[in-house]
Design a protein around this ligand. Structure first.
Ligand code: NAD
Length: 467
């Protein structure tokens, strides 16, 4: 199928390359000429495992092209919108400027029967507002939220754990829902086709069925394919992120209680995590979540709920946000305490800059926030990261960066782990570290180090929510 992908950032570039790899003819479109130049040369403009290989193959085969020219979208059957929806500068709501601009630019190039599939994370109600403009062109809008995790984005795009497609007027949810949750690709095709058919825009187009064709390998292997109305599809995404953020802040709240009682939050997490209803994943206490999604998504959700007169329904997300941000303060305080009350002129080695391992994404990174705060207290902060130094330097040029882990910790008075890359978490031997540093203070901002091993090597070890 011929597809266009508008917006080629972390989501869109991976989506375009992944769709080409499963046999589609894809054009990726972005307003950033530097990004398009890199992608056209088969190079990934950011770090994402597996993406360079897909880009090279796709570009070499001619299945995958990139351009800044939106008219190249003409002739595609499905147009995916993957532009950014950052937090507005003047508040917590999502900035929909880029979504609106992308849709406006696309409209003249739509043909009757085309499908526009929104993938950006948007406030509930956005699709309903956009739909009339798209339907006026004889095309159909669906919302197809994206759940990929940076670091695993290629795999998550080709082989997701579920696919969600919201279609306008998708009132007949029961018929479609009953079929869709089984994830079967065959069977009741007639029922599905009839119930999901949209007559609003593209005449006899069944948008959900077209999306099934797009995602054919995942559909064939029985991946749950859930067809909803537009509002539900939009809400599924923000609800999922709100849940994940809440789970992280829950365990970080327990860490705060552990800190005043002498309890160990990692043991607590192990113990409650054995309960299948709770589960151990996302119960890692530490310096909290960050990145280009969770923080801005929970804030946008709160803002949208306020607009809808239901602010109280998600009022807890403010607490979730506050708990999350307090953990950064805590990590800074542990370094200060570990160094006897002041960090002025002390060398502090910061291990990590990205918001999580396997990514170079530094958007709202707790790691960099901690580094910047220590710098503000007068410390000589040196930051290292396997992939994110270039991005970090651009955003925070006042910090010192060092590519080598060992040079970063050389002569340091304290070491703080803030992003759990394996080279810091598993591969940094505390005995070896002792031969390089000036002091023996380590703050484990991710509870990822072997506390006993570090203590045995003579270090004063501070964890998050641990004695
Ligand atoms: N990154 C993730 O892990 C992830 C996961 C799920 C959902 N999302 C959502 O996907 C959306 C995109 O996120 P991202 O991380 O890829 O952001 P990003 O900033 O990396 O990419 C957005 C891209 O859109 C481009 N763009 C902006 N305006 C444009 C226009 N009018 N026409 C064409 N291109 C335009 C930008 O140049 C940029 O390359 C957001 O809504 C985000 O919440 C992201």
């Amino acid at each position: 199928m011929k597809l266009s992908v508008i917006g080629c950032g972390y989501l869109g570039a991976v989506h375009a390359a992944a769709m080409a790899s499963i046999g589609h003819e894809v054009v990726g479109i972005d307003v950033d000429p530097a990004k398009i130049a890199a992608l056209s040369a088969g190079e990934a403009p950011f770090f994402e495992p597996g993406l360079p290989e897909l880009l090279r193959e796709g570009v070499a085969s001619g299945q995958l092209t990139f351009t800044t020219d939106i008219s190249a979208a003409h002739g595609a059957k499905v147009h995916f919108i993957g532009v950014g929806t950052p937090q507005r500068a003047d508040g917590y709501a999502a900035d929909l400027t880029y979504v609106n601009a992308a849709v406006d630019a696309l409209l003249p190039h739509l043909s009757p029967g085309d499908i526009v599939a929104g993938k950006s994370t948007v406030p509930v109600g956005t699709a309903a507002e956009l739909a009339p403009r798209i339907e006026a062109r004889g095309a159909t809008l669906v919302w197809n939220p994206e759940f990929l995790r940076e670091g695993w984005a290629v795999q998550d795009t080709i082989d997701p754990d579920r696919l969600v497609v919201g279609v306008a007027g998708g009132a007949d949810v029961s018929t479609r829902g009953a079929r869709s949750t089984t994830g079967d690709a065959g069977g009741e095709a007639d029922v599905s086709t009839r119930s999901a058919r949209s007559t609003t825009g593209g005449g006899e187009v069944d948008p959900a069925e077209v999306l099934r064709e797009v995602y054919h390998p995942a559909v064939a292997k029985g991946t749950p394919f859930i067809v909803t109305d537009l509002a539900t599809a939009e809400l599924v995404k923000v609800a999922a992120n709100a849940f994940l953020a809440t789970k992280i802040s829950f365990i970080n709240a327990m860490a705060e209680i552990a800190e005043v009682t002498g309890a160990d939050v990692t043991q607590l997490a192990d113990a409650i995590g054995h309960d299948a209803r709770i589960g151990r994943r996302f119960l890692g206490a530490g310096i909290g979540f960050g990145g280009g999604c969770l923080p801005k998504d929970i804030r946008a959700f709160s803002a949208r709920a306020e607009e809808l007169g239901r602010g109280e329904s998600v009022a807890f997300l403010r607490e979730v946000d506050e708990i999350n941000l307090r953990r950064r303060d805590r990590a800074v305080q542990l370094v200060v305490d570990g160094l006897g009350g002041a960090v002025f002129e002390k060398k502090i080695a910061v291990l990590g800059a990205a918001f999580k391992p396997h990514s170079d994404d530094i958007r709202d990174s707790p790691a960099l926030d901690v580094a910047v705060r220590l710098h503000g207290l007068g410390a000589r902060v040196v930051v290292t990261d396997p992939e994110a130094i270039a991005n970090a330097r651009q955003k925070h040029p006042q910090l010192t960066y060092e590519a080598s882990r060992d040079e970063t910790i050389r002569d340091a008075d304290a070491v703080i782990l803030v992003t759990e890359w394996d080279e810091y978490r598993r591969e940094l031997d505390p005995e070896h570290a002792s031969t390089l540093t000036a002091g023996r203070v380590v703050v484990d901002g991710r509870n990822g180090l072997d506390a006993a091993a570090w203590r045995a090597a003579g270090w004063t070890y501070y964890g998050m929510g641990r004695p």
